[in-house]
Design a protein around this ligand. Structure first.
Ligand code: XIL
Length: 307
């Protein structure tokens, strides 16, 4: 499936040991995001000791298969190394740690990664700033600083703010939008917005027209929009539910194709390595291929859209 919009998936590094995983990955997609390997805790488990081995493995695979790479994620509140969260650093020290981390990682992948999720999930569902390690240690300024440090390290890479549950038009997405506008007004180097798109068959439905309206307002700000982590989780899957799931994937893809959205990335393509069962009790079957790499109705629905 190749088309004007980049079509992609998160890559789980264990999958690269699995020939079938690699075969489907290279055949179907032209953009990837390392699922975990570029996170702070993965790259720098021990203080002052960056280990890029696993992330580099994914990057090498992507390059060998001519795929674009989204870097993920420079600043997040999860999967941080213990030496950092338990280190009792003061504000000034944390600012230098943040700067050093961003510089080290962005410079390492300069020219290889085409977009970075610089700040991930900084807003709460109620629209307030999320109370995180970075907010407590540095204050709201951490967001602006992160983008500036990333831009200094690689002036050519596109810098994104990425979040979940901000896809439609509601309190959280309005708060994200206001944050982005404020950053732009402040001349923070930000170039794009990532809409994660972790959906559920029985959750609050996302109206396609609300997604379209949300994408449009970012385009009007001059920002790129990427769908960055789509999946649609299901409880007790049936044939009928898989068809409903396909309809959701199709609706979102059609909105993306009807806009200037430049990438449609899913959070995994096979249920074999999906994060969903571990994170959402009783849910699964969220990807477009099942555990045996059999394409589901959602796969055929997307294929039809991309024709
Ligand atoms: C998830 C991974 O898929 C899991 O393997 C890991 O245990 C936790 O993180 N939003 C994000 C992603 O931005 O980085 C998260 O990835 C899923 C939610």
């Amino acid at each position: 499936m190749k088309s004007k919009i980049k079509f992609g998936t998160a890559v789980n590094v264990s999958g690269l040991q699995d020939p079938k995983y690699k075969e489907v990955l290279s055949k179907e997609f032209n953009i990837i995001t390392p699922e975990n390997e570029m996170k702070y805790g993965s790259l720098c488990y021990t203080k002052d000791n960056y280990d890029f081995t696993k992330a580099d493995e994914i990057v090498a695979f992507a390059q060998a298969n001519k795929m674009a790479i989204r870097g993920h994620a420079l600043v997040w509140h999860n999967q941080l190394p213990k030496w950092l969260t338990e280190g009792n650093y003061n504000r000034q020290e944390l600012i230098s740690i943040l700067q050093n981390h961003i510089k080290t990682v962005v410079e390492h992948y300069k020219g290889k990664v085409s977009a970075w999720d610089v700040v991930n999930e900084a807003i709460e569902d109620d629209g307030s700033l999320r109370d995180t390690f970075w907010l407590r240690g540095i204050g709201e300024k951490y967001i602006d600083l992160a983008f500036r440090y990333a831009h200094e390290a690689d002036p050519d890479v596109k810098l994104f703010y990425n979040d979940y549950g901000g896809e439609g038009i509601h309190t959280k997405s309005n708060a994200i939008y206001d944050l982005i506008k404020k950053l732009l007004k402040n001349k923070t180097p930000i170039h794009g917005i990532g809409l994660q798109m972790h959906l559920s068959l029985d959750g609050r439905p996302l109206k396609p027209e609300h997604l379209a309206e949300n994408i449009k307002r970012y385009e009007e700000l001059g920002l790129d929009v990427h769908i960055t982590e789509m999946d649609v989780r299901i409880k007790e899957p049936t044939e009928e539910k898989l068809v409903q799931q396909a309809n959701i994937y199709r609706d979102i893809m059609n909105v993306a194709l009807g806009s200037n959205c430049k990438a449609f990335v899913m959070w995994g393509f096979t249920d074999k390595y999906s994060w969903i069962p571990k994170w959402f009790k009783d849910y699964g079957s969220a990807c477009i291929f099942d555990e045996k790499y059999k394409p589901k109705p959602a796969y055929y629905a997307l294929k039809e859209c991309l024709k």
